[in-house]
Structure formats: structure tokens, C-alpha cells
Design a protein around this ligand. Structure first.
Ligand code: IMP
Ligand code: MG
Length: 193
């Protein structure tokens, strides 16, 4: 872990802050979904650490399922919003109360694609829960129902979020040192610069 931590410029959200906020979200969601047929839809791979902690903070019955998507084009630090479904849900969501669990909403393009797609399957309701939100980067208007943290316009890694598939295992959310992008030969600057 020390190897990865040396690439981090600063910690934005500590493990303790994550724990506290996720416990609060779990309480709110448990209240809102008492007696409802809830299914959490986790978007792989970034949302998986958040999901695994969130479900343990939700104390009403619910199912979970997964979707994997990939963006066409774009770069490793910016999504194009043109999305392809790599792995679809295993179950029907028709008539069920669906909550999408995301790691981060940036431009909003990925989420827009997913919600439009899931809406065609006639869920009873469709809500969004995201750990992180970068409001300053929004290009498409999306309505977020549950947000862990609003964060500034910086490229973050850790707690599920990656750069080039690394850093997902860091227990906090941090800002990567700018030279890490340069060394990795990214085509674009990170979204924060
Ligand atoms: P959007 O379509 O621009 O909203 O992008 C959402 C996706 O881009 C997220 O699910 C992440 O996979 C990725 N992403 C956006 N910002 C960051 C970041 O700061 N760190 C890591 N991944 C990010
Ligand atoms: Mg993601």
C-alpha cells in the first residue's frame, strides 16, 4: 500500500469520513425503502467498494445486481459518454424499485446512458446513489437522489476509483500527483487541471 500512497498528492476523503457518510446514507435509504422491493444496481468496476460497504449499512431487505460498461473513445481520465454494455443485469427490473450505485458522476454522460437504458425496462422507480459528485464538470443535467460527497474538479483515485486500473484498493479517496499522468503518457491532462 505504501507503494501506491507515494503517488497521492493529498487525501481528499479519509476512511473515517467514508465510514461516517456511508452509515448516514444507509440509514436514509433504509427509511426511504422500508417495505419496498429494492434492487441495487452496481456499475462495475468503480462502484464495487462503495456497494459492499453500503449494503452493510442498509438494514431493509434488498437484492443486488451488476452491470459492466465501457466507454468508447475518450481518454483514461475523461469519459466520452458513448457507452457499451459489457455485462448486463441477470434479472428483470420490471416493477421493482431500482437504485443505481455509482462511484462518481463527472460529466453525467455515463449515467444518462445507463438511466435511459434502464428506464426502457419499466422499473417502478429509478433513483441514483453516487459516492462522489463533481458538479462543476457537469455537461448533461442529471438528478441525483443520494450523494456521498460533492468534490472539487480534481481527478481522484482510491476506494474503487482507478487511474489506468490502479489505486482502487486505497482505503481513502485521494488526488493523484500530476506527474503520474505524465509518466503514464496520458493523452489529456486530468480533469482537475
Ligand atoms: P461521466 O460520464 O463523465 O460522468 O464519467 C463517469 C465515469 O468516469 C466514472 O464512473 C468513472 O469511471 C470515471 N471518472 C470520472 N471522474 C473520475 C475521477 O476523478 N477519478 C476516477 N474516475 C473518474
Ligand atoms: Mg465508473
Amino acid at each position: 500500500m505504501a507503494d501506491l500512497e507515494k503517488d497521492i498528492a493529498k487525501i481528499l476523503i479519509t476512511r473515517e469520513q467514508l465510514n461516517t457518510r456511508i452509515a448516514e446514507l444507509g440509514e436514509t435509504i433504509s427509511r426511504d425503502y422500508a417495505g419496498k422491493n429494492l434492487i441495487l444496481v452496481c456499475v462495475l468496476k468503480g462502484g464495487v467498494l462503495f456497494l459492499s460497504d453500503l449494503v452493510r449499512a442498509i438494514h431493509v431487505p434488498h437484492a443486488i445486481d451488476f452491470m459492466a460498461i465501457s466507454s468508447y473513445g475518450g481518454t483514461r481520465v475523461e469519459s466520452s459518454g458513448v457507452v457499451r454494455i459489457l455485462m448486463d443485469l441477470n434479472v428483470s427490473i420490471e416493477g421493482r424499485n431500482v437504485m443505481i450505485v455509482e462511484d462518481i458522476i463527472d460529466t453525467g454522460r455515463t449515467l444518462t446512458y445507463i438511466t435511459e437504458n434502464l428506464r426502457t425496462r419499466n422499473p417502478a422507480s429509478l433513483k441514483i446513489c453516487t459516492l462522489l459528485n463533481k458538479p462543476s464538470r457537469r455537461e448533461v443535467n442529471v438528478e441525483l437522489d443520494y450523494v456521498g460527497f460533492d468534490i472539487p474538479n480534481e481527478f481522484v483515485v482510491g476506494y474503487g476509483l482507478d487511474y489506468n486500473e490502479l489505486y482502487r484498493n486505497l482505503p481513502f479517496v485521494g488526488v493523484l500527483k500530476p506527474e503520474m499522468y505524465v509518466n503514464a503518457g496520458a493523452e489529456h491532462e486530468p480533469s482537475g487541471s
